[in-house]
Design a protein around this ligand. Structure first.
Ligand SMILES: [Zn+2]
Length: 380
């Protein structure tokens, strides 16, 4: 049994003073109470700062960790995709493995409990099988000539290692309709890169850099008659599927409404502000989604388009969102997105959420804020 006390607990959008949390040897929460005088409670660890549940990184590509610093900022959407293709072959497998192991270890230390991780190759799987982090691997189907058979190996190898993995489509501009339809009929949970750039919409109108690139390469799309990325999702994805839509920088209110009305489960809108800033200086539609009462989660994307995999740094880029709310997106929001909310995401009796300490916060008029000195570290 472990007893942990602190100045504050930030949980489910609440700032709670003087928390006292009891956990069993497996890290399950046994009770959540309040302390009055610490010298009365034997065997209690006290921390100066605020506790929170472990974080959930709802969108990452940990296998791309070796590309940290390899691609310039502000190349734009098309430039980024081309640059990845150019530098990918310059690294040995041993460099790739040490980069992803280091990134995974740092995520755990900083308090990440679970990750929704996109996989396009086998490189990260063995390390994940030894990692204490909970992984949902999205084996991604990518490319206008892609077929599902091409990613079956990712699923079978994950299963052999006891890792959770499901098939997912990359986006609404990189797969033909027959493949997209087959994936969505097979899987319940889908993670789709969505409206990261205006070019996704413009492709359907016959313009923009994606359209020009496809035309130059002689690639044809069988899906442009849907009219827009949002329409394509509504036309193809059955309403009872659970969806993570990732990025959403160029989402309009109309499309948000169209998608929200189509699905019976709330869509998880996953925001990756540091990556958007890195690639194209765009911002995710934080205010629109808050206004719509949407379910929000946070992700870091990969180290190819981010300087680190820190959810605190993502929160720093969200603008004026109250910290208690942003922390809910970084914990329970992500847990709901990955269907793990019964186990993690909040400090509630029976869950094993991990306990993370935030140090260096500033608290003014009962409202916590991050400072440049705020850090997070795992206690449990
Ligand atoms: Zn991504």
């Amino acid at each position: 049994m472990r007893r942990i006390a602190a100045h504050y607990l930030i949980d489910r959008s609440q700032l709670i003073a003087r928390p006292l949390i009891e956990l069993d040897d497996q890290g399950s929460v046994v009770s959540v109470g309040e302390w009055e005088r610490l010298d009365n409670i034997p065997m209690t660890e006290f921390y100066a700062g605020a506790l929170t549940a472990g974080f959930v990184n709802a969108h990452s590509h940990v296998e791309l960790s070796y590309l940290r610093g390899a691609i310039e900022r502000n190349t734009g959407f098309g430039g980024f995709a081309r640059a990845i293709g150019q530098v990918r072959g310059n690294y040995t497998m041993s460099q790739r493995l040490s980069a992803l192991r280091a990134a995974m270890a740092q995520m755990w230390e900083e308090g990440v409990q679970a990750v929704g991780d996109i996989i396009n190759d086998l490189s990260s799987l063995e390390a994940k099988s030894f990692s204490p982090i909970m992984w949902h691997n999205f084996a991604e189907c990518f490319g206008l000539n892609a077929r599902i058979e091409g990613v079956e190996e990712l699923l079978s190898h994950s299963a052999e290692l006891g890792l959770k993995a499901t098939l997912t489509p990359h986006s609404t501009y990189s797969l033909q309709d027959s493949v997209l339809s087959e994936i969505v009929s097979r899987e319940e949970l889908l993670s789709i890169h969505f409206m990261e750039s205006e070019d996704e919409c413009r492709l359907y109108q016959g313009s923009g850099s994606l359209h020009d690139w496809y035309e130059r390469m002689g690639w044809e799309c069988d899906f442009l008659s849907h009219g827009s990325p949002a329409r394509r999702i509504v036309n193809i994805v059955p309403r009872d599927k659970k969806l993570l839509l990732v990025h959403n920088c160029c989402l309009t209110e109309k499309d948000c409404q169209l998608l929200t009305e189509h699905f019976t489960h709330p869509i998880s809108w996953v925001l990756c502000p540091a990556s958007n800033d890195y690639i194209s200086s765009l911002r995710p539609p934080v205010e629109l989604l808050r206004k719509m009462g949407a379910s929000i989660a946070l992700g870091t994307d990969s180290l190819a388009s981010n300087e680190n995999l820190s959810l605190l740094d993502e929160i720093r880029l969200l603008g004026d969102v109250p910290l208690v709310e942003a922390l809910e997106w970084a914990t329970l929001g992500g847990a709901k997105a990955l269907g793990m909310e019964d186990q993690i995401g909040s400090v509630e009796v029976g869950k094993r959420p991990g306990i993370v300490l935030l140090e260096g916060l500033c608290i003014e008029h009962g409202e916590p804020h991050l400072t440049p000195f705020t850090t997070s570290r795992r206690l449990v």
